[in-house]
Ligand binder design. Structure first.
Ligand code: ANZ
Ligand code: ZN
Length: 802
């Protein structure tokens, strides 16, 4: 047999697939469908990263298997191409972002194609294409018409280095998710999307989808539903100051109040407060901090008392002081809290600094030392009519009392905030709204979509943080679609998350000019059956797109409540040193070089073999050589090929077991063990010294999703019947996969007490566990201690017990 010339083989089959449109999704809607989705990349100037092929290969494997199983498969790819890095590159190199994008896409596409991924390139989409973003703008207009897009003056996260507003989700650990720059607060008028209106549905409908537990948990946590009460305190000025608390049971322990430095009452009270200057100075300091800094548990507590006004605790009539402190945020609850230092850690720390009384109202802790926050165990004390109750009982009773006395009511709150949707940048979808002095914000007529980006000379954001579009009179000045008077266009653009919030719908019908996709195509292809993507998108793209989808469902544009039936996630590939790959660490592996040296099939196999798919894995040169060697051994099987159209008796059970293992492991994301079982099969065949045609055919089919080029080539060269990708996925006989069983005796101190059926050659740990679970053995061991365990494989277990 000739040598395994992977370069020639891979070129040949990539060309074949492209010319034959082998992986184009079919339009026969009577066939069962399977929609596999991976997150479309941002075509950055760096090109494909070695981490990209991991999730893409995984879903490619699933897609290839599904096609062989007879499904009509949609496995599409496109470009999420608006965004800052392109714009920044354009600014630096004085090239139009559209040209940068085009070049980057061409490079990315060639790289993806060199990996033999079975994408349906006929459906390629690009979020910066006006034919695409016409529909992004259309969806925005529908949201505007339903009151879900609105403009608001607000304090926003501002990245000092990108000079751009960030959504809460884009601020990670207090810094910009993208560049790591410092994030401060700035008051700006922003377009907002009311994702909060969907908070409960985004939570509830998680029950209907199959997402990894950790993905569900992260979304639940981010939406942050909590139940508590709003309680009205009266102030000595006669106003009502409402707080939100999850612990209304602790009301008797409220010894002071804290309102956020941004609370509107401060201005209202300005002439009644004797220390306004001190208060103003504190407000300014707080405005410069991020929410993250402000709410950090460990930080030293600061604040200023509002001198001249006090609040009255509704439950006992006591007057208590009011403070401002930055640990209370204006954006959560009511922006005001009742502080219960005995049972809340931040309140405790604050009370210590300001020498405020600490009254224990739940017994069981040691409040001399720290706040007692555990509410499951203690009983109420110092709490009048609540004394003696458990915390849960007290919560019920106090809520009744608040209601009867008109002092408050039960309340549900969410941590989720509305989505800050405008960006003061050039390279994004223009927001299709004009502002008219007479009519206010007016939507563009749908017939004027797409609203495209005008040519500008400079893409630089202006010094005052306005969009580059704001300097362009010819773009700004227009007429009001409503009254025909002079009006100004919105100059902000949409965030990068806009285009990706609905892209999976466009793939169903990417060239449609009438609507975002035809109902027929959507009803057939949607929902996405399996979507794999990064954990880092759980509270960004994944949540945003679920929100848009629910909105589209509400206006009748789609027929399902949820876009994705299954969501899984992959671990990152790290450098050889176990660190994240980065230019500065010098540990970056370039996929092009790996493909040139070992071939795409080896790279694919390796990225699937490298470890548990869901965990991070360091790059390993020796392991990639091992994968290449395995493929060399598969190639060399052609030298030991014999006739025979059925499995031989000596390989029969193993063939069936391997089919079962590979089939099931792929479904469970256990690609590494699927590969290991094929390696074991090859070892067995080498030990036998030959392989027949039936065995080789099955092996090539099983290996095809992992190493598609080589397997197609061998299938053709050995004339195993047609082209491989038109064959059927092999099936197994469950009866042949059952391990042979053997009967063991179980003894205690040498006396037979029970018998046990176990698979031949079972491991010690499994057998001992089963033996101990036997009722007869459990009875006989009552009150005794096992001092020794003996296992003789396929014969006996003996427990020495005293
Ligand atoms: C009194 C109390 C006593 C509280 C106690 C806790 C423990 P979650 O669970 O996150 O919803 N809080 C309310 N609004 C706040 C704001 N705008 N900024 C900072 N903290 C705020 O937390 C709700 C609890 O966080 C509320 O319950 C309130 O403190 C505080 F033993 O009220 B609690
Ligand atoms: Zn008007």
């Amino acid at each position: 047999m000739s040598k395994y010339d992977f370069t020639a083989i891979e070129k040949k089959w990539q060309k074949y697939w492209e010319e034959h449109h082998t992986f184009a999704a079919g339009t026969d809607y009577s066939k069962p469908k399977f929609y596999a989705l991976v997150e479309f990349p941002y075509p950055s100037g760096q090109g494909l990263h070695i981490g990209h092929p991991r999730p893409y290969t995984a879903m490619d494997i699933v897609s290839r298997k599904r096609r062989l199983e007879g499904y009509n498969v949609l496995f599409p790819m496109g470009w999420d191409a608006f965004g800052l890095p392109t714009e920044n590159y354009a600014i630096k190199n004085k090239i139009h972002p559209a040209i940068v994008t085009k070049n980057n896409i061409a490079h990315f596409k060639a790289q993806l194609q060199s990996l033999g991924l079975s994408f349906d390139w006929d459906r390629e989409i690009n979020t910066t294409d006006p034919e695409y973003f016409k529909w992004t703008q259309w969806i925005f207009l529908q949201m505007f018409k339903k009151g879900l897009a609105y403009k608001k003056e607000m304090s926003v996260n501002w990245c000092t280095s990108c000079k751009v507003v960030l959504a809460n989700e884009e601020v990670v650990g207090g810094v910009c998710e993208r560049c790591g720059g410092e994030v401060i607060h700035k008051v700006k008028s922003q377009w907002m999307l009311k994702i909060t209106e969907y908070a409960q549905r985004l939570l509830d409908d998680l029950a209907e989808v199959n997402y990894l537990d950790k993905i569900k948990a992260t979304q639940i946590n981010w939406i942050g539903r909590s139940t508590g009460a709003e309680v009205d305190f009266t102030t000595t000025t006669g106003e009502t100051l409402t707080v939100y608390t999850t612990r209304p049971d602790t009301l008797f322990g409220a010894t002071y109040m804290v309102i956020s430095p941004e609370h509107p009452y401060i201005e209202k009270w300005a002439d009644k407060l004797s220390n306004m200057e001190e208060i103003r100075a504190y407000q300014e300091k707080a405005a410069r901090k991020s929410d993250f800094e402000r709410t950090e548990m460990a930080k030293d507590k600061t604040g200023v008392e509002l001198k001249g006004i006090r609040a009255i605790n509704p439950v006992n009539g006591r007057e208590i002081p009011i403070f401002i402190s930055d640990y209370v945020l204006m954006t959560y609850g009511t922006g005001a809290i009742m502080a219960v230092p005995a049972h809340d850690t931040r309140d405790y720390d604050f009370a210590k600094v300001f020498h405020l009384p600490i009254i224990e109202v739940v017994a069981g802790g040691d409040i001399e030392k720290e706040a007692f926050t555990d509410c499951a165990t203690g009983k109420m004390v110092n709490s009048g009519f609540l004394d003696g109750l458990s915390v849960e009982e007290a919560k019920v009773k106090i809520k009744e009392w608040l209601k009867e006395n008109g002092k408050g009511h039960e309340k549900v709150n969410y941590k989720l905030r509305d989505w800050v949707f405008s960006r003061q940048r050039y390279w994004g979808e223009p927001i299709p709204i004009v502002y008219c002095e007479k009519c206010g914000y007016v939507p563009l007529p749908e017939s004027e979509l797409p609203l495209t980006l005008p040519e500008v000379d400079s893409y630089m954001p202006t010094d005052n943080g306005e969009s580059p579009l704001s300097t362009l009179d010819s773009f700004i000045n227009t007429t009001c679609p409503h009254c025909g008077g002079p009006a100004k266009r919105e100059t902000d653009t949409m965030p990068q998350w806009a285009g990706s919030s609905w892209y999976y719908l466009r793939y169903c019908d990417p060239k449609n000019k009438e609507c975002l996709a035809s109902k027929e195509a959507l009803d057939y292809w949607m929902p996405v059956d399996w979507y794999n993507g990064g954990m880092e998108h759980t509270t960004l793209h994944l949540l945003y797109s679920r929100f848009w989808h629910k909105f589209l469902y509400d206006i009748g544009a789609v027929s399902q409540k949820e876009p994705y039936m299954r969501r899984t996630s992959h671990g990152m590939i790290l450098g050889e040193d176990g660190q994240k790959m980065s230019k500065s660490r010098g540990n970056v592996i370039n996929p092009d070089e790996v493909v040139a040296q070992y071939g795409a099939d080896t790279l694919r196999l390796y990225e699937m073999f490298i470890g548990d798919f869901e965990k991070t894995a360091p790059w390993s040169p020796s392991s990639i050589r091992g994968c290449k060697r395995f493929l060399d051994r598969v190639w060399a099987l052609q030298d030991m090929l014999t006739d025979g159209e059925e499995y031989r008796p000596e390989t029969r059970a193993l063939m069936h077991k391997t089919i079962k293992k590979v089939s099931e492991d792929i479904e469970n994301l256990k690609f590494n063990t699927a590969i290991a079982s094929m390696m074991a099969l090859i070892n067995e065949i080498y030990a036998l010294g030959s392989i027949n045609r039936a065995e080789l055919r099955t092996l090539l089919l099983l290996l095809n999703p992992f190493a598609p080029h080589m397997t197609e080539e061998m299938y053709e060269v050995q004339n195993l019947g047609g082209v491989l990708n038109e064959q059927k996925w092999p099936t197994f006989d469950p009866a042949l996969c059952v391990d042979e069983m053997v009967e063991l005796v179980v003894q205690i101190n040498g006396k037979v007490r029970s018998k046990l059926q176990v698979p031949v050659d079972s491991a010690q740990a499994d057998v001992l566990e089963k033996a101990k679970a036997e009722p007869k053995i459990q009875d006989a061991l009552q009150g005794k201690q096992i001092v020794k365990e003996i296992y003789v494989q396929n014969k006996l277990v003996n427990f020495v017990a005293k």
